[in-house]
Write a protein that binds this ligand. Structure first.
Ligand code: DGL
Length: 276
């Protein structure tokens, strides 16, 4: 059996395209409906109440379009509002990025010391630490907000002096704690992988939640016999909705997705806000 309906995914902006990229890699037959709330991005410095409202609005927009699964590709919304979103869409599976990333780290740490980096909102919730301790309470976690990383990535400063300096300032203390795994708990951070790796050294394994979330989505669909088996891949049939298109849009989107973005549709913010 196979389910040809699309997978819905949303993020505060374009960063969730790092998750879309992994979805296309590990499920090439799937069609994706992606929503990037670029008009209101970033979410990571906002209050929990606002993040919950935005997350619910994003989820509703996609659920109205007959999707078979919802991936909350944003770490901030996954941390703050996953249960709210799940309650809203109780008839299809909802996959966040936190649990898969945490599980992958728990499986890999040998020193039982895991670091987590993310936005201020993600770190404030303690979501990764909770997910790790639910699996293994003996693991020590060290979590740190790195608010400068998102704007640096948005500016395309992936490998620059200023980014290396920020990485050193943020990460030196985590390294000194003796961690052997570091979870990149933000959609933007995989783009800084090389800078972060060279800052922390080769002895620390970096875990990209985007990759593990895509694999979890695939495993769930496989178990439900819901994987799409359409030949030729679904990327061309996928649609990318955004709430704002800036002059840097195409360049940023290609950076996150790994190739140029097509099938883009700009929607009015009112289409999200009309329900709540
Ligand atoms: N998508 C967000 C996340 O993964 C990062 C950007 C933002 O702050 O909205 O946490």
């Amino acid at each position: 059996m196979s389910d040809p309906r699309p997978i819905g995914m949303f993020d505060s902006g374009l960063g969730g395209l790092t998750v879309a990229r992994e979805v296309f890699r590990c499920m090439p037959g799937e069609t994706v409906l992606y929503l990037g709330d670029t008009a209101r991005c970033p979410y990571g410095g906002r209050s929990e109440e606002t993040i919950k409202t935005f997350g619910m609005q994003d989820a509703r927009f996609l659920v109205e379009q007959d999707i078979k699964m919802l991936i909350v590709a944003c770490n901030t919304v996954s941390s703050v509002a996953l249960d709210y979103v799940r309650a809203e869409v109780n008839d299809i599976p909802v996959v966040g990025v936190v649990q898969p990333g945490a599980r992958a780290a728990v499986q890999r740490t040998t020193r039982k010391k895991i670091g987590v980096v993310g936005t201020a909102a993600t770190i404030r919730t303690g979501s990764y630490e909770k997910a790790i301790h639910d699996i293994d309470p003996d693991i020590t976690t060290y979590a740190l907000a790195c608010p400068l990383f998102v704007p640096l990535v948005e500016e395309g400063l992936l490998d620059s002096d200023i980014t290396r300096l920020a990485a050193h300032r943020y990460l030196a203390d985590l390294v000194a704690k003796g961690i052997d795994c570091l979870i990149l708990g933000c959609t933007h951070y995989p783009l800084l992988l090389e800078t972060i790796q060279s800052t922390v050294g080769g002895g620390i394994q970096l875990l990209d939640s985007a990759l593990w979330a895509a694999r979890e989505a695939r495993d769930i669909l496989f178990a439900m016999q819901g994987l799409s088996l359409q030949p030729g891949g679904g990327r061309e049939r996928s649609r990318f909705y955004v709430t704002d298109v800036t002059p840097q849009f195409a360049q940023n989107a290609a950076r996150f997705l790994g190739s140029p973005l097509s099938n883009i549709e700009k929607i009015e913010l009112e289409q999200l806000t009309k329900t709540i």
